[in-house]
Design a protein around this ligand. Structure first.
Ligand code: GSH
Length: 202
């Protein structure tokens, strides 16, 4: 099994932090792909990931898996300890609910802002649309505020314990720095939560 990874890119980081939290990072062969050098757009890499995205996981039988959450679901199945996606139907649903909220309402909004506003993204986002970026920034900031309010009464995002939802939010906090935004410094509850989450990832 081989994992194609781009260090510092948030979706690949979601998978490696997930493995790290399980103590299984060393169990997987990792090959690095440079997005900035556009290595993910080569003919060779498109055989691994037809949509030219990172991460991608190739199983020993040749099965291709992309989408960071789907790859995490696979790892949750083969490395059940520590459980990060829920033990019972209620936990599974709560964790998925928060993970999707973070991904769709914060992470993707932020990525849309970044891709449409940052000069380094110009070769990848053609054309860049400043108005789209501005709208997405507003959405991301509003969602960060809602998450901060939720964390005022909760140590972790979902089900009263550390889960993939916290990993997704932790990756987001690191990624936000590309726009000089530090939600964990701007929002006190996110800041306290992040210290707890980092402790669990190791
Ligand atoms: N929904 C996908 C998104 C994957 C994705 O967008 N990966 C980024 C890196 S964080 C990428 O490959 N970007 C290359 C590009 O946009 O050209 C997932 O969760 O894995």
């Amino acid at each position: 099994m081989k994992l194609y990874h781009s260090p510092k890119a948030p979706n690949p980081e979601r998978v490696t932090q997930f493995l790290k939290a399980k103590g299984k990072l060393d169990a997987v062969e990792i090959e690095e792909v440079s997005i900035m050098k556009q290595e993910h757009k080569t003919k060779e890499y498109r055989k691994v990931s037809p949509f030219a995205q990172v991460p991608a996981l190739i199983l020993d039988d040749g099965t291709q898996l992309t989408e960071s959450r789907a790859i995490c679901t696979y790892f949750e199945g083969i490395f059940p300890e520590r459980n990060l996606m829920g033990e019972d139907p209620k936990e599974k649903a709560l964790i998925e609910m928060w993970d999707r909220r973070v991904e769709l309402m914060l992470f993707i909004q932020f990525a849309t802002w970044f891709r449409n506003a940052h000069p380094a993204m110009a070769p990848l986002e053609v054309p860049q649309l400043p108005e789209v970026g501005a709208k997405a920034e507003k959405n991301a900031r509003a969602m960060a505020k809602r998450i901060d309010a939720h964390l005022a009464d909760n140590d972790f995002l979902a089900a009263g314990r550390f889960s993939i939802a916290d990993i997704t939010l932790n990756c987001f906090c690191g990624f936000a720095g590309v726009m000089q935004w530090k939600p964990h410094e701007e929002f006190a509850n996110i800041g306290k939560w992040r210290a707890r989450a980092k402790d669990k990832i190791g």
